[in-house]
Design a protein around this ligand. Structure first.
Ligand SMILES: [Fe+2]
Ligand SMILES: [Fe+2]
Length: 433
């Protein structure tokens, strides 16, 4: 064989190897495509923390007005109008399905659950399936009460078993797998896409915890989905990631073993988890090597900005958008109403510690503005509230003591909170144009 022929053969071999190597970096070998290969394009909607209180459980007396003070901006008395607006919105958007990430009721009242379910039935009757999971307020709640005049009385709450049968039509009956140890389940809302509703609640407690047995169940579902090359999305009530610095210090509200759950989800390259609980529109992410997971928090439906999310999903990308309900009676003054409610709470809290009224006014307006900016998302795009000045010594001490509550919420880590595109062929998320 001539040197020329040997040379040509060598070039052919190198070319063939280059083609084979080139193919191996494509979808079949890409670690980011394994979870999202075999399902049609879909679009769904998420809302969270509707905190519905049955209209049969309160009047306009002092007891109910006092109760509203502790609701951090929730416009509880507008629940029916807000759910009507949501129902109309869902009919207009016409998503393939809807997720509700917990805190369905004010304080787990049985009557509130029954009335809330009537709204869910109306949405499902229009052809849109709904999947729910419980929040910390929804079961075995010791604060389940009704309000009459200047008094409140206990009203029945629901057990875990009762929650399961009440919401049978909204996830549990359709589930192909259920965890024996919690109210977690897995469904396949469209072929090839697995939706896992993870119950992060501990009955009667504000904090969350995922038990060993539930993690084992979750892992077995993730293995099955990976082997079948199915896409997986999770939704749960408590935050998976820290949404603002200091959140992990909130022992009574955080998911206490969130890092164990995070490790598991990172190991299986889960990309998105939808959460609620802290009532804000906020997105944060965490990476392990080249893999990145997003915690997409949706705000409380019952307070400004009456937010919801829509998500479009295909094998190439996940597109997250946010919307704000238009509620005919209150939208124009919605921000002011939520602001006033937070302000009144902060003001009465400070008065208990003897802070004088001019200091209370400055601190309460500052804290209300910080909290609403956080609820609205993309905090840096809003005007930063002016820090209270010329405070008395007690006022300065009160502001310092409460810094864990507001300081972290002034910052907004990447990415953007209101819209996001996650490239499923790469590891990064980028804001929508
Ligand atoms: Fe909530
Ligand atoms: Fe909650």
């Amino acid at each position: 064989m001539s040197i020329m022929k040997i040379w040509l053969r060598l070039i052919m071999i190198i070319l063939a190897m280059a083609i084979i190597t080139g193919c191996s970096t494509g979808p079949s070998n890409s670690k980011y495509s394994t979870f999202f290969e075999n399902f049609p394009e879909t679009r769904f909607l998420i809302f969270s923390d509707p905190h519905f209180l049955s209209t049969g459980l309160y009047d306009q007396g002092i007891a109910f007005q006092n109760h509203l003070l502790y609701k951090k901006g929730n416009l509880t008395e507008y629940g029916p109008e807000i759910l009507d607006a949501l129902t109309n919105n869902i009919k207009e958007v016409n998503p393939e399905f809807v997720l509700v990430s917990g805190d369905l009721t004010n304080n787990g009242e049985e009557k509130s659950h029954l009335d809330f379910i009537e709204y869910l039935k109306a949405i499902e009757d229009s052809g849109v399936p709904i999947y729910v999971i419980p929040g910390n307020h929804d079961t075995e709640n010791p604060y389940s009460r009704q309000f009459t005049g200047n008094r409140s009385y206990p009203t029945p709450t629901v057990s875990r078993g009762e929650f399961l049968s009440l919401y049978d039509d909204f996830g549990y009956a359709e589930a192909f797998s259920r965890d024996k140890w919690s109210l977690s389940y897995a469904v396949e809302p469209i072929g090839g896409l697995i939706l896992i509703g993870l119950d992060s609640t501990v009955p009667g407690e504000g904090y969350g915890y995922i038990h060993r047995e539930t993690r084992d169940w979750l892992e077995s579902e993730l293995i099955k989905a990976r082997n079948a090359h199915q896409g997986v999305i999770l939704f749960m009530h408590h935050s998976l990631l820290e949404h603002f610095s200091g959140q992990d210090g909130d022992k009574e509200m955080r998911l206490r073993n969130r890092k164990e759950l995070l490790d598991l989800l990172l190991n299986y390259e889960v990309k998105i988890v939808f959460t609620g609980h802290y009532h804000a529109l906020d997105i944060v992410s965490e990476s392990k090597g080249a893999h990145k997971i997003y915690d997409i928090e949706t705000g409380c439906l019952l307070s400004w900005p009456f937010s919801y999310r829509t998500v479009s999903l295909n094998t190439e990308k996940i597109t997250v958008s946010s919307g704000s309900l238009d509620i005919p009676d209150i939208s124009a003054e919605g921000r002011e109403l939520s602001y006033n409610r937070i302000f009144r709470f902060a003001d009465s809290f400070l008065s208990r510690y003897g802070v004088r009224s001019d200091d209370r006014e400055k601190i309460a307006s500052y804290v209300s503005e910080v909290l609403l900016n956080h609820y609205e998302g993309d905090e840096e795009d809003h005007i930063q509230p002016k820090k209270p000045e010329h405070l008395s010594l007690l006022g300065r001490m009160a502001l310092f003591a409460g810094r864990n509550y507001y300081a972290g919420r002034l910052e907004d880590p990447e990415p953007d909170d209101l819209s996001l595109i996650i490239d499923l062929r790469g590891a990064t998320g980028s804001p929508q144009p």
